[in-house]
Design a protein around this ligand. Sequence first.
Ligand code: 9MR
Length: 391
Amino acid sequence: MKLRRQIAAAAATAAVLMLVPSAVAAAAGDPKAPAVPSDSLRALGAQQNLRVGTAVDDAHLNTDQPYTAIVADQFSVVTAENAMKWESVEPTRGSYDWAAADRLVAFAGQHGQEVRGHTLLWHNQLPGWLTTGVADGTIGKAELREILHKHVTDEVTHFRGKIWQWDVANEVFANSWDANPLPNGLNGDDFWIKNLGEGVIADAFRWAHQADPKALLFYNDYNAAGQDGSNAKFQAVHDYFAKLRAQGVPVDGIGEQGHLDTQYGFDAQRFQNDLQSYADLGLKVAVTEADVRTFVNNATEQVPTSQLGEFAQPYEFSEMLKACQLVTQCISFTAWGVYDGDSWIPGTFAGTGYGLLYDVNMKPKPAYVALQQDLAIGADAAHRGKGHGPK
Ligand code: 9MR
């Protein structure tokens, strides 16, 4: 651990001093990987066994050439931003529409990329027929459980063998502002917990494992690595999954989403320590939805309104990546979208934006360069037998 910290400190210094090497081996170690720029995030990550990813918007993939080129060239793992969610795949009960999700999986196959499946059990983006049926009582508890079982089984089966990591359950723990936390930290108001009880979480992992025994099964959440200040949510997630593992529930990893906002500050050491604590349970970890928002002039241009925000945005992005690089079990680092012009942030947190690696014109930002430097340094350390090891 101490050695790793020294590497981190050296890396931080070197990041300021060094330029990115212009020629490093492309996508080393993966014979199937297509030719990609040797200084791309994915090529540099490959040299330290770390996949670098992005969420992909089906509205842009294949139709928007610059967008598609960035996804192909820069990233080695992709997540469907919306296309695998329940409302997308089963808009009408009993009638599946896999088209958008299949397009992404096919694209990934053609470009030597892995896929993160997102997400099976979540309170959000449920199909209307399901939420309406539960609300008006036409779908009772026993039937709801069968519907969920079928959903998990059918979706995981449809993609069997093609998904690297599944976000089996998403955002079921309470935040400090939630009204009804359970004693173990789960959110008592969560749709699934309220209707079916907390046992449904372990069941979802069991059902997913039955449908695809080789996929890595993740729990995914935000503020689960110390960003709530108290570290309370981390502790709840940690203790809960320690218990499930001890019971033999097939949980393989914890995904920390990594949605940061520069106005709140960020304790990078705590973030790393928390990822390491999950790893110490025998779990893999991943940063699954990284973005760092800050106050901006308007949603169209997304120019930061303060120099501090402009500085903190790439800095916090880099700190998250370095934490992942320093935790051997951290297997992927994914940004939640390609460019600022296509991010959920301005529509959800009015007045903020500038959260991603590429700007509204799809030009790489300082955050992109910061990650590229971190990865170049990590690749160099890996070549010297230090740093991020094999998974
Ligand atoms: O980025 C997604 C956005 O396009 C959707 O409208 C939104 C609906 O809730 O979900 C966004 O993605 C979320 C992800 O699935 C789970 N973690 C939080 C992400 C940002 O809201």
